[in-house]
Design a protein around this ligand. Sequence first.
Ligand code: SF4
Ligand code: SF4
Length: 467
Amino acid sequence: MTAPVASGRVLPTLNTDGSRNWIRPKVSDGKWWRRRRIVAWALIAFFVSLPWVRIAGRPAILLDVPRREFTLFGTTFLPTDTLLLMLLLFSCLLAVFLFSALFGRVWCGWGCPQTVYMEFVFRPIERLFEGGRSGSLILDRERRWLHPRRLGKYVAYLAISLVLAHTFLAYFVGTEALARWIRLSPAEHPAPFLVMATTTLLVFTDFTWFREQTCLIACPYGRWQSVLLDRQSMIVAYDFNRGEPRRKGGKDRPADSGDCVACNACVTTCPTGIDIRNGLQMECIHCTQCMDACDHIMRAVGKPEGLIRYASRDALEGKARHVLRPRTVLYPAAFSLAFGSFLFALNTRAKADVTLLRSGAEPFAIEADGRVSNQVRVKIANRSTEAHQYAITVAGVDGAQVIAPESPLTVKPGETRSTSVFVLLPRDAFIRGRRDVTVTISAGDAYRAEFPFNLMGPATPAPGTAP
Ligand code: SF4
Ligand code: SF4
């Protein structure tokens, strides 16, 4: 029985029988490739060094998921800042919409970590070990998956995956914790070791096996482009009017031939395995490799460069460029509103986040002298950029005794600390088992806030006293 064969077009990474079509693109050195290489290495340096950067003593970036605390460029967002984070995320989303409307998928080709690491770290290593594109194709054809050259590549991939996984995890656990993890034996910290090993394996699998399929199958951004782009958006485009009818050959080609010499250089260089001459496609990550490849051919055949170039679909049809259009007006307006609200809320939020909680298994305790004791847990998160000493006072009842062993409580910037305050009141201070007081937290001129708090006590008078 023969295997079923697809009748229509399948993914470029799949053959019609469903087997994997390994894409081994040929590098096309050119001005766009060199520019992208500079950007890529600058981004890699930024990604690797950012977890080590400190702003006012705090990490520039720390995404502490278990504690739900996110530090972004020195500003810490606590669980109570959900609205702020939503505004920030919404602003980023609108910025992506606007950027895509103006410049197409420039992020995919120039800035996305998948592209940057695949094209400028992993593929160059592959070419080095396997002897370039032709060497890889021979190994593929002969199905020599464990050839020494290929095994050498896997070892190098694993080493880089380890570095990337550790760097990635530093964003979530901080560099101090990461350094501790590295020094300890896996037996001493099995859970962190498992997290690190799983992350390394995921990175390794992505760049060894899944590769460009991340862009083609897993990433939703490519699928959004039909709604994010319009006919005025800049894309990497083949000039159909200039290129067609395409014909092979040199000077002997018929006079009505287009500039495309059907050399296929733009296809063999494409990291997602598509033919740009078929028009705008979801698989195109706008990496500009086909632009460099075609420019090289155009120079060789004495034609002007730019048969494949950055252009809008309207521009290719000779229509005028319109920077102002509904989406380039609406997106900036919505972005300004969302980001302006975020900045306003960020600058007007309290300089400390205070939480008061009743503590202990019992809501109150009767002391030996008959007084009623309440334990209040005070949690203070210092949002400012300086350490403060927070004084804790309780007002609202004459004759109350307040025991606050840790007042004033020193809290460093970005730190959250908790302490207990004990309030002792005469039993008759309670009315139907309740007594309202005011807890004041103050740190000189830097912060002051009052919080109403309800103390608990016995609902009935002491035995032997009048009701
Ligand atoms: S590289 Fe240029 S000339 Fe060659 S096939 Fe592609 S578009 Fe045509
Ligand atoms: S068609 Fe060109 S720009 Fe698009 S992914 Fe392929 S090489 Fe890159």
